[in-house]
Design a protein around this ligand. Structure first.
Ligand code: PLP
Length: 396
């Protein structure tokens, strides 16, 4: 072996650095490093004690998560928000970071399915009492409060019937009762509603959905108005290990560049598609908060500044599953997939997906028959969408 060869082999394990140039990359770099080297013990002390800025270990924070969090902070009038590995990580860190055994949490009765499961099945194991009430009815919410209630968790728009919570009433109720108000803002997005600016204490997102927008990352976000609450959520999330991957944060940041454009186009499509669906003879009813026939239209108009969102639900006259399946089969270009917020339109059937755990009577109480569909409207050309839905309905 020549000296030259031996040297190269021996130094391969040393991480190399490129020479610094006079130009810079235009695109955000991806930083996959899990560990960060500090120049001295003194510096490391200063990092831990807040006197010096620097990363130590990626579970505790890394540049791509921080860049993404600062961008969402800007949208949500937040400071110091945290990006986590999923929307459910954000929901879980909020509840488990702030509540203790003996506390009670009141949830909206139509929360996201896994949030409901957390309420109904998991929290009790940790001694946290839970109950749910209808967030469109602040009297019902007030009646469900207990002396030990510490938190209220709601979504401004419910899934899949798109009912609009009485947010002004709930903000006032939480304030009066001295209860932490956490709002999952995934459906509404900060374009339509900004919980912290409206008086809530905590805002949560499934970044997976509209913010990232391309169904290729799973991420969450949470921000609290009070620094002590944010610190408790952060410490719990870091301890439990809800760390987001740098590559996913990078993709989500890229998705955010077009978020306002995507949202505007998707919501314009949703409004037009809702009106078109309402005219189709096989459609019994359409639910879209922007339509005058929606039960919460006036409240939505007051809360959301004309941003009624990209979600539309509708029900067929024929409410048996076979008819619904013929619609799915007749529109093969509309992915039949239980998600939302993708650039492309997706179709979901709550009775067989998000709400399959309920009894048919339980679903009926929410107005969800086997002929009920939820549509996450994307940015396609509207005529393409009408053709797809037309073909699906023709097949029913
Ligand atoms: C999808 C969703 C979640 C969960 O987010 P994940 O990123 O899938 O964990 C929470 N809340 C709402 C309203 C959602 O739509």
């Amino acid at each position: 072996m020549s000296d030259g060869q031996r040297n190269r082999l021996e130094t391969l394990v040393r991480r190399a650095e490129l020479r610094a140039g006079v130009s810079r990359p235009v695109v955000t770099p991806i930083q996959p490093s899990v560990v960060y080297a500090s120049p001295s013990i003194q510096t490391l002390h200063a990092q831990y004690e807040g006197g010096a800025q620097g990363y130590t270990y990626a579970r505790e924070g890394h540049p791509n998560a921080e860049l993404l969090a600062r961008k969402i902070d800007g949208l949500e009038a937040a400071e110091g928000g945290l990006v986590l590995g999923s929307g459910m990580a954000a929901v879980s860190a909020t509840i488990l970071g702030l509540l203790s055994a003996g506390d009670h949490i009141l949830g909206g009765n139509q929360l996201y399915g896994r949030s409901l499961r957390l309420m109904h099945q998991d929290l009790a194991r940790f001694g946290i009492a839970t109950s749910v009430a209808d967030p469109t009815d602040v009297v019902a919410m007030r009646a469900a409060l207990r002396p030990e209630t510490k938190m209220i968790l709601v979504e401004a728009v419910s899934n899949p019937t798109l009912r609009v919570a009485d947010m002004a009433g709930i903000v006032a109720l939480a304030e009066e009762a001295g209860v932490i108000l956490a709002v999952d803002n995934t459906f509404t997005t900060p374009v339509a509603y900004r919980p912290l600016a409206e008086g809530a204490d905590i805002v949560i997102h499934s970044v997976t959905k509209l913010l990232a927008g391309h169904s290729d990352v799973t991420l969450g976000y949470v921000a609290a108005r009070e620094a002590a609450q944010m610190r408790a959520i952060y410490d719990f999330a870091v301890t439990i290990g809800m760390t987001p991957a740098p590559q996913e944060c990078w993709l989500a940041e890229r998705g955010l560049y077009t978020f306002p454009l995507r949202f505007a186009q998707a919501q314009a499509n949703a409004a037009a598609l809702a009106d078109w669906l309402a005219d189709q003879p096989k459609v019994a009813r359409v639910l879209y908060p922007g339509r005058a026939d929606h039960p919460d239209h006036a409240r939505a108009a007051a809360l959301f500044g004309g941003n009624f969102g990209n979600m539309v639900s509708f029900e067929l006259h024929d409410t048996n599953e076979a008819a619904a399946d013929r619609l799915v089969q007749g529109a093969p270009d509309l992915p039949f997939a239980p998600t939302l917020g993708d650039v492309g339109t997706t179709l979901s059937h709550p009775a067989s997906s998000s709400h399959r755990g309920l009894t048919p009577e339980g679903r009926a109480a929410l107005g969800i028959s086997d002929g009920f569909f939820r549509v996450s409207v994307g940015i396609e050309d509207l005529n393409l969408l009408k053709a797809d839905f037309g073909a699906g309905l023709d097949n029913v």
